[in-house]
Structures are given as C-alpha cells and as structure tokens.
Design a protein. Structure first.
Length: 255
C-alpha cells in the first residue's frame, strides 16, 4: 500500500524513518525534524495506514501489513536500509521490521511502546466504541494519556491541536489498529533482533509504562534502555529536547 509520506533533508544523508502512534499523524514528529536534518539526516515521515492522509482499507490489519507498508515505501524511494524510530504503534512496527526485515533496518529506536500491549478486552471495546460513536470522546481522553497534566496546563493550544489529530483520524483506521493491538505479541522474536537498538520510555506513561519498554530492551542483545522523566505517552513531543538528543546520540553511534 502506498502510504502518505514527507521527505526532508539532504538527498545523500543517512535515512531515518519516523513512524506515528495510533490516533496521530506524521505531524507528531515535528519537533524532531529540524534537529535531524541539521545533523545531516534525510528524514522520512509517513502516516500509518488508516491515519492522516494515507489510504484507509477495511480491516482487519496485521502488524505485517504495517511493516509491509514501510518496506514498500522504502522500495518506492529507492532506500535500501534506514534507521527506524517509532512511537507506540510505530515502535511496534519497527520491532516487527527489525525481526522480519533486518537487512532494511540500520538501527531501531522504540519509543513509549511495547512488544505485547495486553489489555485485549480494552482494545476490542475501544474499537467497538469508535465504530459506534466516532472519535470525539476518544480524542478528549487521549490527551490525558499523551501528556502530563502540567504540560497540558502550560500548553493548552498545542494540546488542542494535537487532540485534533485523533479526532480527525478515520474511524475504520483507528478501530482496525485497536484490533491489531488487542492480540499483538512480538516478544518471542525479540532475541532475533540484531539492529543496534535504543528503547525510550516515559516515566509518567500510563498507557505503556516503562515495564513494557524494559521487556523489549531485555529481549534484544545490547539494547540500551532510557526512562525520561516528566514524559507521558507522547514523550517525543512533551520532552522533545531529551528524546531528540537520545535519538541523535544513538544514530550517530551506529557505524
């Protein structure tokens, strides 16, 4: 599937692919783009299928579908291998790619994510609710999961803008991704991953607490694990400076 994407930075720079969370778009990575480009990287952001401006096929979706979309995108752009950074659902996509297409993954950054989200009934119920009622209610609740209350209080306009990403996500795309998360289990394949890996969790992430990140880091030989204070689920936005520096240090350290 041809997903919507944006490419920025030098044509000959090392490629970094950025993958969004459920209920967001490629805009969630805006704080990272300029620092990455300024450091010589070619940045490819894309909207996961069913999100933003990407196609919205009928479900069900599998994690292999999401990973396959990335491989098709790299092929279309003539990119043999790339660094991959994803948050939440995007991080799970990256883990799948590192397990199943290692020749295309130069390194992996898995942010605020999990190899086995669990809460099967919650995800299935959310999919059912979204199909029945739309995403307005979900969008309101998402902000409280994405950010700490002090950040929301200090940045009400940004919070409202980011909430709009969820509110305008296509219902079928969001619901189908919820169903994907309901039974996802990438844990058995973690020891297969050979890409240099950085796992970052937000200390205040109630959606996927740091224990989820620790499982990934413990399962991958040589993986580095970092917990960022005062960061909830969308830690790359709330604590953009710290996340960006960790990502840059990781990318620069990869031979």
């Amino acid at each position: 599937m041809a997903v919507h994407h944006v490419v920025e930075g030098p044509a000959d720079g090392p490629v970094v692919v950025l993958s969004n969370s459920i209920g967001s778009t490629l805009r969630m990575w805006e704080p990272q783009v300029k620092p990455l480009v300024d450091n010589g990287f070619r940045v490819i952001r894309y909207d996961t299928r069913g999100h933003g401006e990407s196609p919205v096929p009928n479900g069900p979706y599998g994690i292999d579908d999401l990973g396959g979309d990335v491989l098709a995108l790299l092929a279309r752009l003539g990119v043999e291998s790339a660094h991959f950074a994803g948050l939440s659902l995007g991080g799970m996509t990256g883990v799948w790619l590192a397990q199943n297409a290692p020749e295309h993954v130069r390194s992996l950054v898995a942010c605020c994510t999990s190899a086995q989200p669990g809460n099967t009934r919650m995800w299935l119920d959310r999919a059912k609710t979204v199909r029945a009622e739309g995403l307005a209610g979900i969008a309101q609740g998402a902000i409280g999961r994405w950010f700490t209350q002090p950040w929301i209080d200090a940045n009400p306009e940004q919070a409202a803008k980011l909430s709009e990403m969820t509110a305008t996500t296509p219902v079928e795309g969001y619901a189908s991704c919820c169903e994907l998360l309901a039974d996802l289990d990438l844990v058995p394949g973690l020891p297969k991953i050979t890409a240099p890996t950085l796992v970052i969790s937000g200390a205040e992430d109630k959606a996927l607490p740091p224990d989820h990140g620790r499982v990934i880091a413990d399962g991958i030989s040589g993986a580095r694990f970092e917990i960022v204070d005062n960061a909830a689920h969308l830690g790359s936005y709330e604590q953009a400076g710290r996340f960006t520096q960790l990502i840059l240090d990781h990318l620069k350290g990869v031979a």
